[in-house]
Design a protein around this ligand. Structure first.
Ligand SMILES: [Zn+2]
Length: 423
């Protein structure tokens, strides 16, 4: 027994010694590693030279020239930049609230690049050839000097795209449902715009309607910036399913198609007032507008919107009347769309078109008012078919252009993919 006990002690000691020896070596290794780390850290501390970047905000009353002067850029330089940019972007058009960014070279501190974000999609870069290679030889330059000139390039903003799916249920309005579900307001406006030929968001929504949609979210350097394109949408209105899918049929025909592959764009928009002007309140439609009603003699649809709300033409056409109507309509615009249809827009506060003018679908033709026989600001909208006032909601319009047969298979694939995401 004793022998076994001693053996165990010896084994125990060997293990202990081994452990200490190992720990000792291990610790030494750690020390070596950490001292190496310190050396690396010291190397990183040496600052790397970077370009100096200055931005100036475009304020009320400032101009491109005044801002450049404020940044101590000489007239000959900023005029050269202006001339170089002119062919691709007119710097006179810079917008209030945005900024001009000036880049100074890290070695010479010389001003070498002007950057301006034109819109959500693009930036213009005007660069000095001394510091930048001109990639596209076709680009116009400000001077004939080969050694040192300014040249402009439009560069698409490189958003990172994340595809997301959101949904909601309408208790008061789609707009409110979107906010309740943490959906970016701009995305829901885009969704409503995609449905603008099939749903009137002032009148159609019912409590219990549901919607679900797939869209792109745009990020820059990991930060969410804005919604991008709506890829697919489903709105179930009073039990009826409305679907749309984004599809690129060809380079010059891309847009939204329904489940049958017909373009969602139709001859008339469903409403003469845009979604964002009718849906921001706690409204469920019927309370908000007076509907078409033959028995009361109200052969029109009334949109109760704030004074000054833009009114849009529901379809392409020609203005056949824009003036005062003493019969109660007040300021009235009439648009003739074809030999069958005409639309009228009454009680306007002011006009945006005049007699004889051609208009496109969606063009602003005037602003909501309360002129004529009217008790408060609203738009009285009429549709006339072959001389008779009709309810625009009952007009069965031909479907939009179908996709070409050649693209049918590709469309079906797209449809299937999006439908999975909408389930
Ligand atoms: Zn009315």
């Amino acid at each position: 027994m004793k022998k076994i006990f001693y053996k165990l002690i010896i084994v125990f000691l060997v293990v202990q010694v081994g452990y200490f020896a190992y720990s000792f070596l291990f610790d030494r290794d750690n020390e070596i590693i950490s001292s190496e780390n310190e050396q690396v850290v010291e190397e990183i501390i040496i600052p790397e030279k970077t370009d100096r970047i200055e931005s100036i905000e475009i304020t009320e009353g400032s101009t491109y020239g005044s801002l450049m002067e404020e940044m101590d850029i000489g007239g000959s330089v900023y005029m050269s930049i202006y001339a170089a940019a002119e062919d691709v972007y007119d710097l006179v058009k810079i917008r209030l609230g945005r900024e001009l960014t000036l880049v100074y070279d890290k070695d010479t501190d010389e001003f070498k690049e002007l950057i301006y974000q034109i819109d959500t999609e693009e930036k213009i870069h005007v660069r000095n050839s001394k510091y930048f290679e001109k990639e596209n030889e076709e680009i116009a330059t400000s001077s004939e000097e080969v050694s040192n000139y300014w040249f402009a390039e439009i560069i698409e903003i490189p958003y990172e795209i994340k595809v997301t799916t959101k949904e909601g249920e309408v208790k008061t309005s789609m707009y409110v449902a979107a906010l309740e579900n943490d959906i970016d307001e701009r995305a829901i406006i885009e969704l409503a715009n995609a449905f603008q030929w099939s749903i009137d968001f002032a009148l159609d929504p019912r409590v219990g309607d549901t919607f679900k949609f797939v869209y792109e979210e745009r990020y820059l350097d990991g930060e969410y910036v804005m919604p991008g394109r709506i890829l697919a949408g489903r709105y179930i209105n009073a039990g009826e399913e409305n679907n749309l899918y984004y599809f690129e049929e060809s380079e010059d025909n891309m847009g939204y198609f329904d489940s049958e592959g017909n373009s969602v764009q139709k001859m008339f928009l469903r409403a003469p007032v845009e979604f964002r002007y009718v849906s921001s309140g706690f409204t469920t439609g019927s309370r908000y507008v007076a509907a078409f009603n033959v028995s009361t003699g109200h052969r029109a649809i009334d949109y109760a919107t704030p004074l000054g709300t833009p009114i849009r033409a529901v379809g392409d056409g020609t203005v056949i009347f824009a003036g005062w109507n003493s019969g109660g309509y007040g300021n009235l615009t009439k648009i003739r769309h074809n030999s069958t249809y005409q639309t009228n827009y009454a009680h306007q506060s002011r006009f945006a078109v005049s007699y004889g003018q051609k208009v496109k679908q969606g063009d602003i033709i005037g602003y909501v008012g309360s002129t004529g026989f009217s008790t408060g600001p609203h738009l009285h909208y009429e549709m006339v078919k072959n001389g008779v006032k009709v309810n625009p909601y009952n007009e069965i319009l031909p479907p939009g252009e179908p996709i070409k047969e050649d693209n049918r298979a590709r469309f079906e694939e797209t449809l299937e993919e999006y439908n999975k995401m909408l389930e």
